[in-house]
Design a protein around this ligand. Structure first.
Ligand SMILES: Cc1cc2nc3c(=O)[nH]c(=O)nc-3n(C[C@H](O)[C@H](O)[C@H](O)COP(=O)(O)OP(=O)(O)OC[C@H]3O[C@@H](n4cnc5c(N)ncnc54)[C@H](O)[C@@H]3O)c2cc1C
Length: 422
């Protein structure tokens, strides 16, 4: 195996896959390292579905629908569609199995070298420059060097190992949004126009009040899937545990699995539609909506979002609501953007301090708890990854640090690839 690359991307979620594909399409020699066996990240390992909407109606243009997450994300969705892996029944519902295949295909066609089942265990620095990563896999342990690195680990693992400053959770108590183990029930018999959601939630609340349901979530959050008889549940809730602490994560996995069976039994025992249902799957791991976020060259805040701020160095735009699942119990708060309004995400949010050849993409960019609650959706993570990949390619091409690249050039390449930036 080659040990030096122009660009090494760690993490194969939406951010990492998009970063690697966009950098490789700029002719760079790119390695993508992923600890599991495929691309897709939270969409596949955490069983997260559907893609939340990042679009708006333009009131100045007859209310026409404007898609804010164009570029590689559009290409992924189109490819999913062509293979029968997408439906628009609720946001964009997709098949994670087809997504795995689509992303593999796109990465390989673009010339990305993939290294699966490999975990980055250390970052080796010389001053503020990262020289190499230490990785561990079935072959043993080795060092991999690169000119430029991209941290798309969701947990800012590379930035953490590189001793870059970061934050965890909300200001004040440091609590993160809850962790959730998603699951699917099959052989569910829901007739068309059924009011089942109202009925199950009414009884759920009664059971909760009587202490028969321990899950602190205020209601049952359930989505359709590509199959009528299969429902997707994003509804377990584990609060006040730290997603960056391995022991807490283990406890969270155990608590959430209890909640899956609590819900499954509740539905089977009380509702005809679920009487013969089968627990088809749970996520391979509990999902963390929020964990480490770098403290980068710019910190995106709730104030920026509420002012619909656009920045000279915007590399993505977003208007998904500020969607905060309570970090300490029941409740979910939302701020919905008015029609036609959205905010920009500055390139500086991808630049950590204390590592000058590192970019960060995805849900761990530099943002506060509140701002991250909007940025974190898969379409936006994909846009951020695409921007990081192009930026890394420009840095390597011009032998400069990512913070020194020509941001106008970055924006014009993203626009040429379909992105909406203003
Ligand atoms: C429960 C839950 C529900 C959600 N619901 C929705 C929803 O309905 N719609 C929506 O659009 N978004 C939703 N989100 C948000 C969204 O799924 C994530 O924020 C987004 O997918 C994150 O993408 P990412 O690429 O930044 O990180 P990830 O998808 O987490 O990818 C990070 C990758 O890095 C790999 N990795 C980490 N550390 C290492 C290491 N040291 N070495 C090698 N590889 C490593 C991981 O295996 C993973 O593949 C939800 C999230 C959760 C947790």
């Amino acid at each position: 195996m080659e040990k030096h690359y122009q660009i090494v991307v760690v993490g194969g979620g939406f951010a990492g896959a998009a970063a690697a594909i966009s950098a490789a399409r700029m002719g760079k020699n790119v390695l993508l390292i992923e600890k599991y066996n495929c691309l897709g990240g939270a969409a596949v390992y955490d069983l997260v579905n559907p893609f939340m909407g990042n679009w708006t109606h333009d009131p100045e243009n007859g209310g026409v629908l404007v898609d804010l997450s164009r570029g590689l994300f559009t290409e992924i969705v189109d490819r999913l569609d062509r293979l029968g892996g997408k439906s628009t029944v609720c946001g964009i519902t997709f098949s994670e199995e087809i997504l795995k295949y689509v992303l593999n295909t796109m990465a390989i066609e673009s010339g990305v070298q993939l290294l699966y089942q490999t975990y980055v265990t250390a970052v080796n620095k010389e001053g503020d420059r990262i020289r190499s990563l230490t990785v561990s896999n079935v072959s043993g342990s080795c060092e991999i060097e690169a000119d430029c690195f991209i941290d798309a680990t969701g947990d800012a693992n590379l930035a953490y190992l590189a001793r870059c400053p970061y934050r965890v959770g909300r200001e004040g108590d440091g609590l993160c949004q809850p962790m959730t183990l998603c699951f699917r029930l099959g052989n569910v018999k829901i007739p068309p126009k059924s009011d089942y959601k109202t009925r199950i939630n009414r009884l759920y609340r009664e059971y909760q009040a009587e202490g028969k349901i321990k899950n602190p979530r205020e209601n049952i959050l359930v989505f359709p899937t590509l199959l009528d008889s299969v429902l997707h549940f994003n509804t377990t809730r584990v609060v006040k545990l730290d997603p960056t602490n391995a022991e807490d994560v283990t406890r969270a996995e155990i608590i959430a699995r209890e909640q899956v069976f609590e819900l499954y039994n509740f539905l089977r025992e009380n509702f005809e539609e679920f009487r013969d249902s089968v627990l088809l799957s749970t996520g391979m791991q509990i999902g963390a909506r929020e964990s480490r976020m770098i403290d980068g060259e710019y910190v995106l805040t709730q104030e920026d979002l509420l002012a619909f701020s656009k920045f000279e160095d915007s590399i993505a735009v977003c208007n998904y609501d500020i969607d905060i699942h309570s970090p300490d119990g029941s409740g979910t708060s939302h701020y919905y953007f008015p029609d036609g309004q959205y905010y920009g995400i500055p390139y500086r949010c991808l630049l950590p301090k204390k590592a000058n050849n590192l970019l960060v993409a995805g849900r761990c960019i530099s943002a506060t708890h509140e701002a991250q609650a909007s940025v974190r959706i898969m379409p936006t993570c994909c846009n951020l990854g695409e921007a990081a990949g192009v930026a890394a390619a420009l840095a390597v091409e011009n032998s400069v640090a990512p913070r020194e690249i020509d941001v106008n050039r970055l924006q014009s390449i993203l626009r040429a690839n379909g992105a909406k930036l203003d």
